[in-house]
Design a protein around this ligand. Structure first.
Ligand SMILES: [Fe+2]
Length: 299
């Protein structure tokens, strides 16, 4: 199972796409039916889709899996009675699968038979998405749901978050104990720490400073720098998230405490909590489809 992409709807999709290509550092993939698709250097045909809409919302977060895994997911999602629907993807790469709504409206799409493209050169391009994090009213409910129904595993719990993996990467998603349901942030994997630092410099050239970072997290041990994108959401340059073994022991909040005054391993960054929180409330989840049995013909 791999995290591939996030599909957002928002006013000003073209301007958002221009920020992501001209400043953030992505490459344009294509514009299809008015939706802007942006890619990184890796083999996924796109990482971010931006569809024009009167308001901000998250349409889906897409994972790629095997046909066998998809069949297991269909059975478990049906048994759990979650709102879901069979889908054929019209996005670059195509593929087919299901879209599922989790406990607080989070929309996860699982595709199989989705095409890849040739990687492209560019040391300042993100390689791929490394995680998409959601805000939750009750992160534990959703964490148990994704373990029991989707076969994901909790890697670590902190006072603020539950980190969840779907392969050997420490986390591909996480659920923040926020008190509301929305998109928390989108993290882009850069080639190395220099690429993260050059990214910070590139944004600085355009008058933007990190809302938090640079720093190195506790759980996952990844390097981070968070920015508030001009089109609303929190976006992160990240690199080198930890790989964990199958039998990784899930840490508890007591395992992940910082000394007084610290909020990351390096201890050199300031965090603008208020600005981040405001940005984290901008993209809510919204389903624009009616649930249908997963054994129906795909539509
Ligand atoms: Fe992150």
């Amino acid at each position: 199972m791999k995290l591939r992409s996030i599909e957002l709807a928002l006013p000003g999709a073209a301007e958002a796409a221009a920020f992501l290509t001209d400043i953030w550092g992505m490459a344009p993939a294509e514009v299809r039916d008015g939706t802007h698709y942006l890619r990184g250097s890796g083999g996924f045909p796109y990482l971010v889709a931006l569809e024009e809409s009167p308001d901000n919302h998250v349409r889906s977060t897409t994972f790629i899996c095997s046909a066998e895994r998809l069949e297991q997911l269909k059975a478990r999602v049906s048994a759990a009675g979650l709102p879901a629907m069979p889908v054929i993807s019209n996005d670059p790469g195509g593929g087919h699968g299901i879209i599922v709504e989790l406990a607080e409206g989070e929309l996860l799409r699982f595709l199989t038979d989705a095409g890849e493209v040739a990687p492209i050169e560019g040391e300042d391009l993100p390689v791929k998405l490394t995680h998409v994090v959601f805000n939750s009213v009750d992160a534990e409910v959703t964490a148990h749901l994704v373990e029991d129904t989707l076969g994901f595993r909790v890697s670590d719990r902190t006072r603020g978050m539950v980190f969840v993996r779907c392969n050997d990467s420490h986390h591909s998603t996480a659920f923040a104990r926020a008190g509301f349901a929305s998109l928390n942030h989108i993290a882009f994997e850069m080639v190395d720490m220099d690429a993260v630092m050059r990214g910070i410099g590139r944004l600085r050239d355009h008058g933007m400073v990190p809302a938090w970072g640079p720093g190195r997290h506790g759980p996952g041990a990844n390097v981070f720098a968070y920015f508030i994108a001009p089109f609303g959401p929190v976006v992160e340059f990240s690199t080198a998230v930890e790989k964990v073994p199958e039998d990784y022991r899930a840490g508890t909040p007591e395992d992940w405490t910082w000394p007084e005054g610290r909020i990351d391993q390096w201890g050199m960054s300031d965090k603008d909590f208020n600005a981040l929180r405001e940005a984290e409330e901008r993209f809510r989840h919204r389903r624009d489809w009616q649930p249908r049995p997963l054994n129906e013909e795909q539509a």
